[in-house]
Design a protein around this ligand. Structure first.
Ligand code: ATP
Ligand code: ZN
Length: 298
């Protein structure tokens, strides 16, 4: 019998596509994908990638078409609230927070308009493509406002007279600025997440989900990590260890022919700045080498 294959949904074309493919590549997945193909075959893992609109990703996991999905928290939470409103429990679980797709769902007012805290929202018309997240935000603050649900082009709604303010995704704020809008409150901080079906999977599939999760953790850990090597006077060991950022257990090696010196090798899990290297040198370190870490399994 053929080995069962995992199905993972990612965005077909948009902001999440490249970072999603990059993550999968770093996890060691090789896929063959023809142009405009909806599905790509994982050549070295029993995992196939489906390319879809991001809004469809939670549904595909919900309906058991896919086992896994990479999607923005904004889309996921909106879907969860929508399902709850219709009396359906969500059948997807968030299993990893990812480092890409950072943005926020924010309220923005026309540049000239006044805004004095969320009470200024009372009785206003707010345009959004996220009616359920906005409704929850208003409900939690006991505010009544009219939600104008649009399917896109939210940022021009105030100029068209369709709304007084908007609730939309922002990352740098340049789109808001270009539309003469001013960000005033955050409704949701968002980033990409990995979701999976809560259903039990056959053991072989389950094993691959675990392997994938472990690889994702490894990928996320090495992003900032550096391997640092240096020589240090034994007398300065304690001070130098304190200076190594995010490294709990460095390896200390004697140096042949130099009884009062040691070599220190350490994995630093935080960015190593020039300032750190300068402080290390001041403390007596020499022959300092900082190398990128390619893979890590802990
Ligand atoms: P699709 O055709 O797949 O529906 P889309 O237009 O809904 O595409 P994109 O604009 O590519 O989607 O955004 C996809 C996701 O990227 C968003 O849901 C959000 O999680 C994330 N994102 C990050 N920064 C931003 C931003 N500045 N504006 C919009 N989305 C952002
Ligand atoms: Zn979308």
């Amino acid at each position: 019998m053929d080995e069962p294959r995992l199905k993972l949904a990612i965005q077909k074309s948009g902001r999440l596509t490249d970072p999603s493919l990059d993550l999968l590549t770093r996890c060691g997945l090789k896929i063959s994908r023809g142009k405009d193909q909806l599905m790509a075959y994982g050549e070295n893992m029993p995992l196939d990638v489906l390319f879809v609109r991001d809004d469809d990703i939670p549904d595909l996991v919900q309906e058991d078409v896919c086992d896994l999905g990479l999607v923005g928290l904004n889309v996921l939470e909106e879907k969860r609230l929508e399902l709850a409103a219709r009396g359906h429990p969500a059948r997807f679980e968030q299993v990893r927070k990812l480092e890409f797709g950072r943005c926020r769902l924010s309220l923005a007012v026309p540049q000239g308009a006044s805004f004095e805290g969320s009470s200024s929202l009372r009785g206003k018309r707010i345009a959004t493509t996220y009616p359920f997240l906005l409704e929850r935000y208003l409900r939690e603050r006991d505010l009544h406002a009219e939600i104008v649900t649009l399917s896109g082009a939210v940022e021009i709604a105030p100029r068209l007279g369709r709304a007084d303010l908007i609730c939309d995704l922002v990352s740098t704020g340049s789109t808001l600025q270009a539309n003469h809008l001013r960000e005033v409150e955050t409704v949701l901080e968002s980033h990409a997440v990995l979701i999976r079906t809560p259903l039990a999977l056959p053991p072989l599939k389950d094993e691959w989900v675990e392997r994938l999760l472990m690889r994702i953790d490894g990928v996320q850990q090495v992003r900032e990590s550096k391997y640092i090597m240096l020589h240090a006077p034994r007398a300065a060991l304690a001070q130098i260890r304190k200076l190594l950022p995010g490294s709990e257990t460095p390896t200390i090696i004697p140096l042949e022919g130099f009884p009062d010196k040691v070599a220190i090798h350490a994995v630093c899990r935080e960015t190593v700045f020039w300032e750190t290297l300068e402080s290390l040198k001041k403390a007596g370190a020499s022959a300092v080498l900082v190398l990128p870490v390619e893979k890590m399994l802990v």
